[in-house]
Design a protein. Structure first.
Length: 66
């Protein structure tokens, strides 16, 4: 995908719009674009995480009686 570098690793819709302005092929959306983004090291490094960050562990207090 030569024009992908022009798209600057944007979100999926922006990347699709950028590519669709110049190119089209039947599997562009359904398979190829997803696979390309999944294997792009820049996209993987810069993607936003959707999982909650895990907090720090807190020490437990000791019971006074057993």
């Amino acid at each position: 995908m030569p024009s992908y570098s022009i798209c600057r690793h944007s979100r999926l819709k922006a990347t699709l719009g950028c590519l669709a302005a110049t190119y089209y092929w039947p599997a562009m959306i359904s398979r190829d674009l997803w696979e390309f983004i999944r294997h792009c090291s820049t996209c993987q490094h810069n993607k936003h995480l959707t999982q909650k960050q895990i907090g720090l562990l807190q020490p437990l207090s000791r019971p006074m009686k057993v």
